[in-house]
Design a protein around this ligand. Structure first.
Ligand SMILES: [Zn+2]
Length: 299
């Protein structure tokens, strides 16, 4: 167990690390990972860009549910895993952070220059004039447009998903862009059926191309938009390290696999490679990290 952390620390200590993070890094902040080891199934199919933009009823349903559910994300704060990444970046070992998460927690933890591959939930974009505004501001407008709506909710599940009957949804009032006066508002995140902006992808490829190693944190690499960077690194002969609870679709490319909670593993890596970092109680006495399974892959 300790050997795996040591191997991970050794790779990080060499510097030139580019981090690619996914939902698994934010589960310890209370944000559910729908594809993670808990196996929690999504209760509702994900909204597609096509449905959101073409079907007023679908759009209304999205905003009504999201209006109630997004506060869980807004309340979430970074965990030890996010903080560890920020410390490694401050120490000059991590050159860049690419995240598939839309929660903004890397930046909140102090990381800089984070590429939010799939956008951010705290930002809203007008599909007509392109104006970007804060979700907080929209929240205030939606509350004003829907007085008492919160009280009508039947069930808010522990993971923040919301059960709403169609009658309530039909009564929910949407608001439009205040800048152009008529534009449709959409959270500034990449929906299913939508592609990541090309310049953002290019920026990520440039980061991966310049990296000494690619460190995947908490992603099952199910989605191509993230997995392509693993394939690129592997093609270039760049070391791929995957730390995730459960198997991933990139395991075959990994020089090292760590299957353990990131909030425990990453602080131990920081202790090993950052001078002056606090040593946790129990560190150095034989692996205090409960590594569930380790799969070092040759090559
Ligand atoms: Zn507008």
């Amino acid at each position: 167990m300790t050997e795996t952390i040591d191997a991970l620390a050794g790779l990080v200590a060499a510097g030139g690390v580019v981090v690619l993070s996914g939902a698994g890094l934010s589960t310890e902040s209370g944000i559910p990972d729908y594809r993670g080891p808990t196996g929690v199934a999504r209760r509702h199919p994900p909204m597609t860009y096509q449905a959101f933009t073409r079907e007023p009823a679908a759009r209304r349903r999205y905003w009504a549910r999201s209006h109630l559910g997004w506060r869980m994300v807004a309340r979430a704060s970074p965990n030890d895993g996010h903080r560890a990444v920020a410390r490694l970046q401050a120490a000059g070992l991590v050159d860049g952070v690419i995240t598939q998460n839309v929660d903004g927690l890397h930046t909140a933890a102090g990381s800089t220059g984070v590429v939010d591959l799939h956008g951010r939930l705290d930002t809203v974009v007008c599909l007509r004039c392109g104006d970007r505004t804060s979700r907080e501001e929209l929240d205030r407008r939606l509350v004003a447009a829907n007085p008492g709506f919160d009280a009508t909710v039947a069930v808010v599940n522990p993971d923040g998903d919301v059960e709403l009957d169609e009658e309530r949804v039909a009564a929910f009032r949407l608001v439009d862009c205040t800048r152009c006066g008529a534009g449709m508002l959409k959270p500034d995140v990449v929906f299913f059926g939508e592609t990541v902006p090309a310049d953002r992808v290019s920026r990520c490829f440039a980061m991966v191309d310049a990296a000494r190693s690619l460190l995947v944190l908490g992603s099952s690499l199910t989605v191509w938009s993230g997995r392509r960077f693993v394939l690129r690194a592997a093609k270039l002969g760049t070391a791929v390290v995957i730390a995730n609870q459960g198997v991933t679709r990139g395991d075959g490319y990994a020089a090292l696999r760590v299957d353990a909670p990131l909030g425990r593993v990453l602080p131990q890596v920081v202790q090993r490679v950052v001078a002056g970092a606090d040593r946790a109680p129990g560190d150095g006495v034989g692996g205090s990290v409960p590594v569930v399974a380790v799969t070092p892959v040759a090559g």
